[in-house]
Each structure stands twice: as C-alpha cells, then as structure tokens.
Ligand binder design. Sequence first.
Ligand SMILES: *Cc1c(COP(=O)(O)O)cnc(C)c1O
Length: 374
Amino acid sequence: MAIPMHDLATQYAALRDSINARIQKVLDHHQFILGPEVKELEERLQAYTGSKHCVTVASGTEALLIALMALDVKPGDEVITTPFSFIATAEVIALVGAKPVFVDVEPDTCNLDVTKLETAITPRTRAIMPVSLYGQPCDMDEINAIAARHGIPVIEDAAQSFGATYKGRKSCNLSTIGCTSFFPTKPLGCYGDGGALFTNDDAIATAAREIRVHGQSKRYVHTRIGLGGRMDTIQCAVVLAKLERFEWEVEQRQRIAARYAALLAPLADRVTVPVVRGDRTSVYAQYTVQVPDRTKLQAKLQEAGIPTAVHYPVPMHKQPAYAELGTYPPMAVAEYLAERVVSLPMDAYMDEARQRTVVERLATALTSLGQKAA
Ligand SMILES: *Cc1c(COP(=O)(O)O)cnc(C)c1O
C-alpha cells in the first residue's frame, strides 16, 4: 500500500458512522448556513480551549483576515509576523493594506525569535501575529509581555496548533485573538474549508461575528464593512464528529513523533529532528526535520514511494508579491531553514510498520546520496 502524507482514509473509516450521521442530520434539517451545528461546535470549542468566545469562519485565512479587520488594522499600519510560515499569514496583512514586518525565527523550533521582536516595533505597529508553526506554540508569555508594554494586541496564527498546550493552557486561547484552520489535513480538519477565531474580548467577538456576515448587526443593518465569511453547517457537523476522537488523535500524534525521534536517533548526524520546549506540547501538524541536500533526498524518497513536503521552501519576504511591499533585511535563519526543512508522513493513524518503512527508506536514501554515518 502506498504511504500517504496524511492518512485521511483510515480516519474516515474509524469515524464513518458518526460523520455520516452528523452530515445526514444537516441534510434533513437543511439549515446549511448558520444551522444548529455551528453554535454547537462553537460552544464545544470554547469549552475545549477555555476561550470565552469562538466564532467559526470560512477558513483559517478568513479567521486571520477577520481578526485584523476586527482590530481595525488599516493601510499604513504595520503588523509584525514571521517570514517562515504559510503565505496566508502575510497575505491577510497585505489584504487590509498594512505592511507585514518580518522578525526572524529560531533555528530549532522554527518559531518567531522573541529576542528580535522588540526592535521591530515602531509607532505604526498595530498587531503582532506569531505563528505556532508545525503545531508548537511560540514563546507567548514573552510576546504578550512585549506587546502589553507597547499596547499592541497579539493574534496567534494557530492554524497548525489546535490542541497544543502552552504552560497548561490551550493554543488559540493564549493571546488577544487566536485563529485556527479546519483545512482537511490540519490536526482537526473538516471536509472542505473551515476555520475559527477565539477571543476573551466581548467587543472583538461581536465585531468578528458581524464581519463574517457582511458587517451586519441586524438584518440589513450593516454597521461595519464585512465579508461573506461563514463556515458551512455541514463542515461544522464534520468537525463535531471528529472531536469525538480528537484527544486520542493528539496523543497518537505525540506518540508517533516520539517514535520518529527514537527511530531517527541513529541518523542524528544527518537528520535534525524537531525540538519542542519543555513547557509546551506540539500537535505535530507536520513532522518536519532538517537535512542537508534536501532536493536530492526528496527525489530519492519519491522513487522509494515515500511522500514528503516542504513547509516552506521560500520565506515570505522573498516571495515576488511581498518583496515589493518593503525592503526587508536578510532573515538568515528563515532562509537557512527554507533550504533544509522537509516534512515526513504524519497522522494519528500511522502504525509502527509504516513508520519503520519511512525511516528505513530515508536511511537508504541518505546512504545512496553518499551521506554515510560519521
Ligand atoms: C493552513 C494555514 C493557514 C490558512 O488556513 P486555511 O484554512 O487553509 O485558509 C494560515 N496559516 C498557517 C500557518 C497555516 O498553516
């Protein structure tokens, strides 16, 4: 059997009855927009994260965009973020007319380097948007403390980290706003696009709820400029079904990550495994290692039937559309990581045999590239 990057088929087989029943219920009541499952999911996610408010939206990108709109970020403003993320993070900043200001990342966690944060703050800084990359929260206490000193809100891009913890608290509930994604291959995914915004601030929650329905505060009363950004009832039904096994899946991901680290230990001179700080957990949205000669290695692995992916090959300040937004200083760590990172197959349903096959073929590929053990 071919090894998938993320095994959605086995997950569906395990949850088939409840997913089908939940979807069938929506087909029967046919409240496809803002139906009862939307509220049910929002309440479940509030309870899960401990956040006072959860607003489901059309995607993770939309959650980030609505967060910036709710904070009234405007043209001429600056928003600080990482250069090493999925493009959506910088894209939404540009979409509201603000300038993304990049702060380089740490070489081991690949998350924003908080020691470089404060010097990037200017009188125009209107928000800080760290990304909990690969499923691990950033140094949120330090980021929040710097932001508080300057009176700036913090938006956690938690698209990859739903379910992770930081000092015992849940990702998405670690700052002014937390935004996540239910893209099918994220740790908690639906069967299309979906996302959610979390906050403990009543005014931000109201703004977000209005913005996702065209800025409407009452039917046909548009108090602010919004967009069509709701999450479909059917997609909420899918997430509700998947929540049944979510905690178990998170534990599995962590167990599988630990097994990867053990299996990869003999290759430590050629493969650097991910680092997770002691005061937090990762949900391993990706299991991303660092290797030299990545492109050749990926080709070898593809020949051997092992899929890999690169998250992400080009830092955002080097993307053509963004290079024009400002002159960015070199981001040495992000640029280094962009050449070295490669993600291996990872999901909650990966059995030990499959995982051993991945590591054995990886070892063979490294040897055939002339990278023998030291
Ligand atoms: C997936 C992702 C997004 C966007 O989420 P969508 O639901 O695909 O719009 C944003 N930021 C990060 C870091 C992501 O991984």
